[in-house]
Structure formats: structure tokens, C-alpha cells
Ligand binder design. Structure first.
Ligand SMILES: Nc1ncnc2c1ncn2[C@@H]1O[C@H](COP(=O)(O)OP(=O)(O)OP(=O)(O)O)[C@@H](O)[C@H]1O
Ligand SMILES: [Mg+2]
Length: 456
């Protein structure tokens, strides 16, 4: 393996010498320089994996923060650790804000020095790998938002890519949180239908009585309360893709209707004489084993075979652990940007913790864990205690951000229902959600509108 290369810039020869000896004895390749010009020349000539830069440089060389920014112009990815003398902590904090990876106060603590270097190198190699991987997947498949290097994930990407070129129905199976919706959307974006609509429906969240009108639409006066015409999701998805999520939860009566539409590619909206023809590509997903549902008799065999033309099976995260550090780094970047935090990556201890956990909630759980850690960190490196805290919440010791948010959501939706006396349309209007989405929320929190009728 190639040795990692570290640049050290300090105007004090004795410090340079000490650092060179210590770092070389740890197996790093080291270049030491005493001024700005030499540092810049070297950085232009070769790639450094990390740099240590003294805050105070010789007269006429500006300061270490300025040099750090110049080095970042040459290579933005290099983590830079600022060396400071005791009493200049404020400038060191300023350096962090301007992009330093971390800082060390002289005289250094041996252990601290090596730990910071190790973490910095890990972050830079991880960041480089994520970048390289995204570029690779982008070049090969034309998608750059799916992370994964495991053989199993690469097979999924390959299959998705191939399926996208056809117009056949696709069935995506995977445990909860494995990325089924992400794959369904990618499939659409890779297909010739990419500029046409992608319409998703969660079959489990719509009450049985409403599923038909949601899917096929209705004419004015089709039933009491149908005061206008409504276009169903099948029509909305015309020439595009219709994503039927949680297909295993479709009631039996609806399964018959679906089968007929898939066979004939046409249907009649409720209360309409006219037959409507549609051209849609169907992608269905489920976290249940539909084969078993079929044996139990709760899923129609004929519909199953209609949908199951190209099956794509998403592996659980515990079966592709090599993807965990990459996904973690990806989410870390995402949430740092979103929350305006200056996160410096995960410590090796934190990564170990992530690797040793089984992730029953898969990628979604990992995403929540990282969001929590970023939200709770005060910038800088994320240590394992934050990961532990996020995990602990599962045992009820402290709520995760997601749980806290879910609790708030349930309370908020309940208040809207109370205010409107359990009128779903009005409550949905109040919280500015589409009715279908609002039904999702009701189902998610197990709320029954009828129970809110006389509360006010
Ligand atoms: N390979 C991946 N790369 C990047 N992000 C991912 C990947 N897989 C999943 N995600 C993210 O994880 C989250 C969960 O994914 P998604 O909603 O697609 O899962 P799902 O299988 O549909 O989950 P559920 O069964 O709960 O509906 C999303 O935010 C998604 O963007
Ligand atoms: Mg989903």
C-alpha cells in the first residue's frame, strides 16, 4: 500500500525536525518546509493527504490561515490541521470556520497529534472514495445520488439500469428503509419516460373506499359529494411511471380492478360512460414477501405475475456493511450543508460503532442517526458518543430527533383534526397537505378522524 503523504509548514526548524521524525516513525511520508513559497510549490507538484500548518509564519509570509486558503485553492479536499501556540485559541477557532480540519496547541500531546492525523486522513480518503464512486456510478449509470460499492448494490444498480431501458413492469422487494422508493425514482429517471410524470401512491395508506377514486378518478355526481370531476392517478401518470408502493396491502377488491387495467391498459372512471386508455409503466414495491402472501391467499397470483416481470431485490444494510462508511459520509455532508454546520467527519471510533450495529431500519435508520449526530454536534469531528446517544434513544433513554419529530407531528395533526371536528379535507387544507398525503399521516400515527368529531 502506498504511504500517506503529509506536508508540514512551520518557520521553527526544531519543530519541523521533531514532527518529521515522529511522523516518519509512524510510517507516513513527510515533507517539511519552512515558508509559504516552498509550501505552495510542493503542493502544486504533488498531492498531499493532509497538511499541518503553523498559524504564525515568518515575517512577510502572511499567516497560516492565509496559506491554508491558498493550499485549499490548489486542492480543496486536503484536510489541514493548524498548529498554534498557547494563547492563540481564538485564531484557531477562526481557522476552523475558514475550513481548517482541526487545530493543535503546542506543545503537542503525542497521542492527540496522531489521533487527529488519523481521523483527518480517514475523512479525506472517505471523501475521495465517495466522490470517486459517485463519478463512477454517474458515468456508468447516469445517476449520482445512489451510494454503494458493495457487490450486491452494484448488481441492483445494474439491474435497475437494464430494467429502465425496457417498458416491463418492475417489482421491487426490500426490507423497510432499504431504498425502494429511491430505486423506483431512479428507474423512472433512467427510462425514456424520464421527462414524463412519476406518480407515487401508497396502497396501504388510502382507505379501501377511496382507493378506486384515487386511482381512476370520477365524474361530477358519481357519488354524493362528488361535486366536480377528478382525474385519477392512472391518468395523471399517463405516458409516465406509476409507483404502487406497499402493493401487498392492496385490498382484494382492488386487486381485481388493478389486474384488469394492467391487462387492458384502459379503465372507466367512476360514474363515467367513457373508457380511458392509458400508457403507464408500473413499478410496484413491498417489504413483504409477496410469494408468501400468495400462499396465504391474500394476494392474487395472476396480479403477482403481471407485476413481477422484472424483480429487483434490495439487500438489507447489514448484508452490505462496506457501504456504511460511504453512506454515513454522504449523509454527513448532506446534513452539514442543510443545517449550516461545519462538520469535519466521523472519528474512527464512530465509524466502528456504525459498523458494529445491525441496522434493522436499514439506510433510513442510518440517515436518521447521522442527522441526529450532526444536529447535536457543535461542528467539528463527530465522536462515537453522539452515535451512541442516537442509538440509545431506541431504548427510550433519550428520544431521537425523528421520534421527537414524529411525536410533534402526531400532536400537530391531532390539533388540526380537533379544530375541524374531524373533517379530513378541512384539516388537510389547514396544514397545507394534499388529502392523500394527509391520509398517509393519519395512517402513520394511527389517528381516526371520527374520534375528533365532538372534541371542540
Ligand atoms: N443507496 C443509497 N444511497 C443514498 N441514499 C439512500 C440509499 N438507499 C436509501 N437511501 C435514502 O434512505 C432513505 C430511505 O430510502 P427509501 O425511502 O427509498 O426506502 P424504502 O425502502 O422505500 O423505505 P420504506 O420501506 O420505509 O418505505 C431515503 O432518504 C433515501 O434517499
Ligand atoms: Mg418507501
Amino acid at each position: 500500500m502506498e504511504r500517506e503523504r503529509i506536508l508540514v509548514v512551520d518557520d521553527d526548524q526544531s519543530i519541523l525536525e521533531i514532527l518529521r521524525i515522529r511522523l516518519e516513525s509512524e510510517g507516513y511520508e513527510v515533507n517539511v518546509v519552512s515558508n509559504r513559497d516552498e509550501a505552495l510549490n510542493l503542493a502544486r507538484e504533488c498531492m498531499f493527504d493532509l497538511a499541518l500548518v503553523d498559524l504564525k509564519l515568518a515575517e512577510g509570509d502572511k499567516d497560516g490561515i492565509y496559506l491554508m486558503q491558498e493550499l485549499h485553492q490548489i486542492n480543496a479536499e486536503t484536510p489541514i490541521i493548524i498548529l498554534t501556540a498557547y494563547g492563540t485559541i481564538n485564531s484557531a477557532v477562526d481557522a476552523m470556520k475558514r475550513g481548517a480540519y482541526s487545530y493543535l496547541t503546542k506543545p503537542f500531546d503525542h497521542h492527540d497529534l496522531f489521533l487527529q492525523i488519523k481521523n483527518g486522513l480517514e475523512k479525506s480518503s472517505l471523501a475521495r472514495e465517495v466522490k470517486r464512486l459517485k463519478a463512477l456510478v454517474d458515468k456508468k449509470y447516469g445517476i449520482n445520488h445512489i451510494i454503494g460499492k458493495s457487490r450486491k448494490m452494484l448488481e441492483v444498480l445494474d439491474k435497475t439500469h437494464r430494467a429502465a431501458e425496457t417498458d416491463s413492469n418492475v417489482y421491487i422487494y426490500g426490507e423497510s428503509g432499504t431504498g425502494k422508493e429511491l430505486i423506483a425514482k431512479s428507474l423512472h429517471l433512467l427510462s425514456p419516460r424520464k421527462d414524463r410524470p412519476f406518480v407515487a401512491i401508497n396502497c396501504a395508506s388510502i382507505p379501501e373506499g377511496l382507493l378506486e377514486s384515487e386511482l381512476f378518478g370520477y365524474e361530477k355526481g358519481a357519488f354524493t359529494g362528488a361535486t366536480g370531476r377528478k382525474k385519477g392517478l392512472f391518468s395523471q401518470a399517463h405516458t409516465g411511471t406509476l409507483f404502487l408502493d406497499e402493493i401487498s396491502e392492496t385490498p382484494a377488491s382492488m386487486q381485481v380492478r388493478l389486474l384488469r387495467v394492467l391487462e387492458e391498459r384502459q379503465f372507466q372512471p367512476l360514474g363515467s360512460e367513457k373508457v380511458v386508455s392509458v400508457d403507464v409503466r408500473i413499478v410496484a414495491a413491498s417489504n413483504k414477501n409477496i410469494g408468501k402472501e400468495m400462499e396465504k391467499g391474500s394476494f392474487r397470483e395472476d396480479l403477482y405475475y403481471r407485476l413481477h416481470v422484472i424483480p429487483i431485490s434490495l439487500p438489507p444494510l447489514r448484508e452490505r456493511k462496506e457501504d456504511i462508511p460511504l453512506l454515513a459520509d454522504h449523509f454527513m455532508d448532506k446534513f452539514s450543508r442543510e443545517k449550516g454546520k461545519d462538520s469535519k467527519g466521523l472519528s474512527s471510533g464512530a465509524i466502528q460503532k456504525l459498523l458494529s450495529y445491525d441496522w434493522p431500519g436499514n439506510v433510513r435508520e442510518l440517515e436518521n442517526t447521522i442527522e441526529y449526530a450532526v444536529a447535536m454536534s457543535d461542528g467539528g469531528l463527530i465522536e462515537q458518543d453522539l452515535i451512541l446517544q442516537a442509538r440509545k434513544t431506541e431504548n427510550g433513554e433519550f428520544k431521537s430527533l425523528k421520534e421527537a419529530r414524529d411525536d410533534f407531528e402526531k400532536d400537530y395533526i391531532s390539533r388540526a383534526l380537533t379544530l375541524t371536528g374531524g373533517n379530513v379535507s378541512k384539516a388537510a387544507g389547514l396544514v397545507k397537505k394534499y388529502r392523500a398525503d394527509f391520509y398517509d399521516l393519519l395512517k402513520k400515527h394511527n389517528l381516526k378522524p371520527s374520534e375528533f368529531k365532538n372534541l371542540r
